[in-house]
Design a protein around this ligand. Structure first.
Ligand code: GLN
Length: 543
């Protein structure tokens, strides 16, 4: 059992914050990301958020797009109190239609959908009627700009007191603004990269119009986060958490260390299917390098014994590894707790989790008028009968921000930019049965592949790369002898969000070199193949 605890000093109390109210568009999270890219803090909440229940005042509000039609009976609508907040509001697509509907009930279905690129013509109004505020949204932008559209509904006419600020050949109301209040609507999507100048427009809104301070930097966040952790945990509180050597858990652990020193207990479980020398390296970096109070438990034999005999059931592999992990973590936690409580501090009552903002967004994004909003449970691998309170210091951060934070905390670059590695480790990169011999082969091949990728300067370009071991044997000739040995499959993908991915187009000379080295240096391998499947239909991992 874990419980969430009220937060003493959330970032929206420390940083000027723009609130994105989400109507369920697939792009909503991008609005948040874009704003943060120019250092304005931004949080997303579902469009159903009651303003009276919001404990902070945003500097401005953005209403996102969404798949519904504002005029439909069951269409979602914002709490009308948002229009009384007296802060600037920008509606994007559905969000603009929502503004128009609120002020004039003037939205209807268009004759045809408009999807894709469009050319926007900006209407400047100067200082005349409006005192100049309407032009601020397009400040510094060209009068003609390329934008991305995705809508089927349209405004039939302007609501009272609004004026047109942009048009396209197909959309007479591509941009609207209130004459005197800072209310804006745009039919296109500035948050997607297909609107090349979209970021400038969002910046104009957040900084130029809302006057939000662009002070969301990891340097500032570190100090505030450390005080926040201290306030939450108290003077004696102790925290336990698993580390894997990946960037998220390392950054979270280092932050805990900075905040509460040795009252944070990191546990690393060596499950026997980590990368080559990983347990040793992680121990070095975390203890000697970063000063983290770490216990490493070598449970390789226990894991490998559990995996024995599982031949073609990847789910079972994952389960065995997951369950064994919980057992080992729990045993270790009990031991650490009994030792820890006997000396200086209090009981261990906190569990560190490396939850990131995309998980939070996923749990709060608007799923439809009738969907109930589920709270997020990132409980994979949590001991059930330990009564622990959750501490999630990265829950406001996107992955790139975690990396920045890692750099800020002095974590070595190599670790900060490390490719993701699955919890079940190379067990799911060894297709078929996992045996110590198969682990050896997969590890050795992987080391060579990654070494060559780094030597070619491609490691940061590629999002994830590894060598997998196929459960088949092929014939080869090595040193005049006929051999019957195994096949290594190389996989390397590029992706920005890991939802879709494409294989990396290495040049032939590179592949030739890797193949030659693996066949020569790894005993038991006589062939190397390269996986040229994108995701979808493939997944990044092979099992
Ligand atoms: N459903 C609305 C329309 O089709 C809004 C679409 C959107 O927000 N992308 O016009």
């Amino acid at each position: 059992m874990t419980t969430a605890v009220p937060d003493p000093i959330p970032p929206h109390k420390n940083f000027d914050t723009i609130l994105v109210l989400d109507f369920g568009s697939q792009y909503s999270h991008l609005i948040t990301r874009r704003l943060r890219e120019f250092n304005v803090y931004c949080e997303m909440l579902p469009c159903t958020q009651k303003l009276s229940e919001l404990e902070w005042i945003p500097k401005g509000v953005i209403l996102s797009g969404g798949p519904y039609s504002v005029y439909a009976d069951d269409a979602p609508h914002v709490d009308p109190a948002v229009f009384e907040l007296d802060v600037p509001i920008l509606g994007i697509c559905y969000g603009m239609q929502e503004i128009a509907w609120h002020f004039g009930k003037n939205v209807l279905a268009g004759e045809k959908r408009e999807y894709g690129h469009a050319y926007l013509k900006v209407d400047r109004h100067g200082d005349g009627v409006t005192g100049g505020h309407v032009d601020k949204l397009f400040a510094g932008l060209e009068d003609d700009m390329e934008v991305w559209m995705s809508h089927g509904d349209k405004l039939s006419h302007l609501p009272g007191d609004f004026i047109t600020v942009a048009t396209t050949s197909n959309a007479p109301f591509a941009g609207i603004a209130h004459q005197s209040k800072t209310l804006y609507g745009i039919q296109f999507h500035p948050e997607v990269t297909h609107t090349p100048q979209g970021k400038v427009l969002l910046k104009n809104f957040a900084i130029g119009i809302c006057r939000a301070k662009a002070n969301w930097t990891m340097e500032k966040f570190v100090h505030q986060e450390i005080s926040r952790i201290r306030a939450l945990v108290g003077e004696k509180g102790q925290v336990i958490g698993a580390v894997s050597g990946g960037v998220d858990s390392t950054v979270a652990a280092k932050l805990m260390k900075e905040a509460i020193g040795d009252r944070f207990h990191a546990v690393m479980v060596d499950n026997g299917v980590l990368r080559m020398n990983e347990a040793k390296q992680v121990k070095e970096t975390l203890t000697k390098g970063l000063g983290i109070n770490l216990t490493v438990i070598d449970a390789s034999e226990r894991f490998l014994a559990g995996l024995k005999g599982i031949k073609d059931d990847p789910e079972k592999k994952r389960k065995v590894i997951g369950n064994t992990f919980i057992e080992v973590f729990q045993e270790t936690a009990k031991k650490i707790a009994s030792e820890a409580s006997s000396d200086k501090a209090g009981e261990i009552e906190w569990l560190l989790q490396g939850t990131l903002y995309p998980d939070v967004i996923e749990s709060i994004s608007f799923k439809g008028p009738s969907a109930t909003i589920k709270t997020h449970h990132n409980v994979g691998g949590l001991p059930k009968d330990m009564k622990l309170k959750l501490i999630e210091p990265l829950r406001e951060l996107f992955k790139d921000e975690v990396r920045e934070l890692g750099t800020e905390l002095g974590i070595p670059e190599e670790l900060v930019w490390r490719h993701p590695f699955p919890g079940p480790g190379i067990a799911i990169r060894i297709l078929g049965e996992v045996t110590p011999e198969q682990v050896r082969i997969a590890r050795e091949a992987d080391v060579i592949f990654i070494e060559e990728i780094k030597a070619a300067g491609l490691y940061r370009k590629i999002s994830q790369a590894f060598a997998a071991l196929l459960p088949v044997k092929a014939v080869g000739v090595m040193g005049d002898n006929r051999v019957h040995a195994q096949v290594i499959a190389l996989r390397a993908v590029e992706t920005s969000d890991f939802m879709t991915a494409d294989w990396y187009p290495f040049d032939g000379a590179f592949l030739k070199k890797v193949s030659r080295r693996i066949v020569n240096e790894v005993d038991g391998v006589c062939r190397v193949v390269y996986d040229i499947t994108s995701k979808p239909p493939g997944t990044i991992e092979m099992e």
